[in-house]
Ligand binder design. Sequence first.
Ligand SMILES: *[C@@H]1O[C@H](CO)[C@@H](O)[C@H](O)[C@H]1NC(C)=O
Ligand SMILES: *[C@@H]1O[C@H](CO)[C@@H](O)[C@H](O)[C@H]1NC(C)=O
Length: 550
Amino acid sequence: MKFWKLSSYVLAALVSAAAASGPSDGDAIADPNSAVVKLTAADYQSFIDSNPLVLAEFFAPWCGYCKQLAPEFTKAANSLNETNPNIKLAQVDCTVEEELCMQHEIRGYPTLKVIRGSENKPDDYDGPREASGIVDYMVAQSKPAVQTIESADAAVAAIADLKKPAVIQILPADYKEGKQKENSTYFDVASARRKELTFLTIQDSDAVKALQDKFKSLKASKSPVYIAIQPGADDVVPLAEKFSKDALEKFITTEKVPYFGEINRETYLAYMTSPIPLAYYFYNSPDQKEALEKTFNDLGKKYRGKLNFVGLDATLFGRHAEILSMDPETIPLFAIQDVEANKKYGLDQKKNPNPSAKAITKFVEDFVAGKLSPIIKSQPLPTEEEVAAQPVVKLVAHNYESIVKDTSKDVFVKYYAEWCGHCKQLAPTWDELASIYDSNKPDANVVIAKLEHPENDVDVPVPIEGYPTILLYPANGEIDEKTGLRVPVTFNGARNLEALIDFVKENGGHKVDGHALKEAKGGVVEDEDDEVVEEKKEEQEEKDVDHDEL
Ligand SMILES: *[C@@H]1O[C@H](CO)[C@@H](O)[C@H](O)[C@H]1NC(C)=O
Ligand SMILES: *[C@@H]1O[C@H](CO)[C@@H](O)[C@H](O)[C@H]1NC(C)=O
């Protein structure tokens, strides 16, 4: 879950950088006389059930990128209607069909999904956004996931035409499906992962012979053989493990990317869904990339299955450096991102303004040996004056652990982002709450704290899926094994003083009664009419159901 959040975050940066040309002004709704089908909640189900392959665009009429897409989408629909009438293009207007769009978890416009009947989970469309690209992509989607090769010529042509890495099943002439169900397993896996690679199956003995002539690693065998091949490569990689569904899946995940690839809109998915760390070389010109091509190919081969290596064109996607906590102005740069562990490692840009093959190789060796420290992004520590002046304790990556790991205190943390409207609304209440507990004083039992989350790399025991996320680490609470922090209690109530005070009293280890403290300080809660407080609370509750999404 966390992983997907992160990858969509990365993707957002890549795509927003790529879409720099900006939206246009036309109509987002396709011409009603075109072949684009307008879907509503009433006819959605029957349409999906009666059409085997649908590309659905979930859109809003006001959205600029939807307007930009509309003419291309229409052109593609009309063209497919002529050549491949089984492939349908449809539109769902999310300002009208809110329910339908919610079911599909639509978070941005336009969102395009490839839908194969209602029994299969819709797939995200990650293809081009101009007419001929959409047509090609959808025609490829309509073909069987596994291509059967039946002659030597077809085998040679298929290898020569590869645009993506391929996995090939080679069956002996007398193959019979046994207990292992190798063939049907292969077809099932191919069907699920057709977007990632090209899948071929070969049983014809001439075709097998043609491949054996071409690739020296390919040996004759009496049982099924599985190999992977990169476009243009002069040899193949055999599946070394004993065949099983898991072994095949792992093989695909490793072999779907080249030793040194390129990350861009077409390939990001392959890299982001790979569980292994990704090493980036950011370059500004093809020459810069070419100069290190051999180094990276060698490193890619050596560390296959441990690290993926990619080039990134910084003139297009340079902003991605910020996500790696690197300076986008100093290119070329080299950095490693461990997406699963949420850690980043960068080759020092001041010492290596133009990283050499030697420096990169050493850095990679140190990474694999576990000798590198990750980059920790942090805002500066607050000064003593700032601490004294602010009732709310300001957390940054550098003081986070010392404060949040102090198990003698109830630590109540607001994780926020600078741009988040709901967070701004809450700020005065959060200040008031902090004043009640004298939270910035050394002897406070309750610490009211805030952390600007995107600016500080910190561990959080629960996934942060929106801002603000408000967590209470109770004094003497149970310890979360992975982070060493306490297991937090998430605050999901109405974001008003009453509810926050109640929450600290109920869930904190010290059970501090903030109402009493407030009264002692001359608070005014009791002066307010109870009914009015209730009403306000309800109002606030309605207003606050939503977080700002990441
Ligand atoms: C779709 O194709 C059919 C058959 O060629 C044609 O009759 C129909 O007018 C086309 N529809 C659109 C909207 O182009
Ligand atoms: C392998 O499975 C596919 C899909 O079920 C089937 O079409 C094909 O005939 C099978 N091949 C062999 C050799 O059993």
